[in-house]
Ligand binder design. Structure first.
Ligand SMILES: O=P(O)(O)OC[C@H]1O[C@](O)(COP(=O)(O)O)[C@@H](O)[C@@H]1O
Ligand SMILES: [Mg+2]
Ligand SMILES: [Mg+2]
Length: 334
């Protein structure tokens, strides 16, 4: 039997440091975690229970939905809507924000989530995840769109669950980043990666290279210099990784450093960036900064952007501090 600290104990001990805390946040987190355990179960049994493949529909952003995109969205909503802790929710899979029906009490938090990140990987048995972001809201009111559109710097909690060889939860409440591994035997997340820190130096980058011709000059310059390796201005060889699951790429960077780029591109003028600010970029930016890394669009800190829509997309460049600072310099030079 493991003698590691359970997630429940970890959160309650953190809560004790806030004497005025009502415990609502702890309960909310517990519900999010229960939803993610249910999703982990579905994902691991996907081949057996017939939930893989396309749903034959598109989401609000014109992306083909997988059956599991819809199933995982429903799991999140069903685990959270009745709790009384929430004023509202927003999901990648639904156009409008989700309101709390009148017969449930309204709480003081807003939750935004990407229920299944990297879903294009699901049918080929690669890692996927769930990303979530929690904001505080005025209590007991019907939230307006503006309540949702808070800057990332105002998040009270962000996390993601990675459904890989192990199911892992990575969490920040603004006091560093901690990693928990799901012990399948007892159904509890155990603290396995306390106080995660991203190395400042790295020799590894992650980017979808097929978009090279669509990037702006500063990103082309940075990647071209990495590719030149020892013979180029960087004077060292770089390694490349691209899982095409944001959760998996960010988890690798939290562990061994690296830089991830989904930059501005001109492939489709209606979609100059790929990742969504509210439930992809902001929660990951919060986690990365709390682990000592940086997250920028190339021009500004992601957490300082005032969002204009729940499904707004932003360029994301994140990871080891020294590399991200270099990429920002290249944008300034240009
Ligand atoms: O298809 P590409 O260009 O490799 O993009 C991969 C990126 O898109 C995403 O899959 C988008 O997430 P969803 O699966 O939630 O739409 C990221 O996880 C990933 O980093
Ligand atoms: Mg996603
Ligand atoms: Mg998704």
């Amino acid at each position: 039997m493991s003698n590691k600290v359970t997630l429940t104990r970890f959160i309650i001990e953190q809560q004790r440091e806030w004497p005025d805390a009502s415990g609502t946040f702890t309960l909310l987190l517990n519900n999010i975690v229960t939803a993610c355990k249910q999703i982990a179960h579905k994902v691991s049994r996907g081949q057996l229970i017939g939930v893989l493949g396309s749903a034959g529909s598109e989401n609000v952003q014109g992306e083909v939905q997988k059956k599991l995109d819809i199933i995982t969205h429903d799991i999140m909503v069903n685990q959270l809507i009745w709790t009384g802790h929430l004023a509202g929710m927003a999901s990648e899979e639904i156009d409008d924000v989700i309101t709390i029906p009148a017969h449930y009490t309204k709480g003081k938090y807003l939750v935004m989530f990407d229920p299944l990140d990297g879903s294009s990987n699901i049918d080929v048995n690669l890692a996927v995840g769930t990303i979530f972001s929690v904001l505080r809201c005025r209590e007991g009111i019907e939230p307006t769109l503006d309540d949702f559109l808070a800057k990332g710097a105002e998040q009270v909690c962000a996390g993601f669950v990675l459904y890989g060889p192990s199911t892992m939860l990575i969490l920040t409440t603004g006091q560093g980043v901690n990693g928990f591994t799901l012990d399948q035997d007892i159904g509890e997340f155990m603290l396995t990666h306390p106080n995660m820190r991203i190395p400042e130096e790295t020799g590894e980058f992650a980017i979808n290279m097929s978009n090279h011709r669509f990037w702006e000059a500063p990103v082309q310059r940075y990647i071209d210099e990495c590719l030149q390796g020892k013979e180029g201005v960087r004077g060292k060889d770089f390694n490349m990784r691209w899982v095409a699951s944001f959760v998996a790429d960010v988890y690798r960077i939290l562990n061994r450093g690296g830089v991830f780029l989904y930059p501005l591109d001109n492939r489709d003028p209606t979609k100059p960036a790929k990742l969504r600010i509210m439930y992809e970029a902001n929660p990951m930016a919060f986690i990365i900064e709390q682990a000592g890394g940086m997250c920028t669009t190339g021009y500004e800190r992601v957490l300082d952007i005032k969002p204009s829509g729940v499904h707004q997309r932003v360029p994301v460049i994140l990871g080891s501090k020294n590399e991200v600072e270099r990429i920002i310099r290249y944008h300034q030079d240009a």
